[in-house]
Ligand binder design. Sequence first.
Ligand code: OAD
Length: 229
Amino acid sequence: MTDKKPLLVVSTGAGISAESGISTFRDAGGLWEQYPVMDVASADGFARNPALVHRFYNERRAALAGVKPNRAHIILRELEEKFDVAVITQNVDDLHERAGSSNITHLHGELMKVRAIDNPSLIYPLEHYTDTTTPESTIDGHRVRPHIVFFQEAVPMFEPATEIVAKADIFVIIGTSLAVYPAASLLNYVRPGVPVYYIDPHPSAVPKGVKVIARTASAGLEELVKELC
Ligand code: OAD
């Protein structure tokens, strides 16, 4: 009989991809300083000007083409040797996948997928980071939109994510300002007594009892590995 590995649940935000060269949203110089968020990432914005929204996500895909997973993504994959690791990410990039993590839940969608506007269950992977879409693009006769959760829309993967968090033996939050709900409330689903860590060089306020590691994702994870392994 094999011993069951402890379940390590990791909730990641834009900060884990910062060391790969992807812009965060709310830091100085972040994406929401350069683009009005309600124009490029909301349901109303998409209804008003779909061409602008397609262009914004085409640019994000092109930016993703030139970057690689960093040490922090790799450490999360390496931790699978000792833990059952479940990654719940707010990120729409594919850097956890490219680092080889095997259990990933995307709360806010995926850049490298589009879906049919008239049938949200039809989700199509894009093959190349250079693939671009416009309001006129069709796949199998369907007009498509980015497979991204826009502001003002429900977060379908939130409930499955809460079920994973409720089973965690250790919960780790990395690189998020905890400004966007419901993602920021995942912490509320952790069972009492479960250790919680928060790695972020500029951490937001968190409840007492959360162990804050005020370092970058890679340095903070190196420190956490020494503590856990
Ligand atoms: P934010 O831009 O709000 O926060 C980024 C966090 O990363 C901040 O707390 C930074 O201090 C931290 N950070 C910066 N560099 C870091 C590094 N090298 N290592 C670790 N942390 C670092 O991004 P999120 O919290 O992920 O949603 O944003 C949440 C959601 O808001 C996004 O998923 C996106 C956005 O609107 C959608 O577009 C649907």
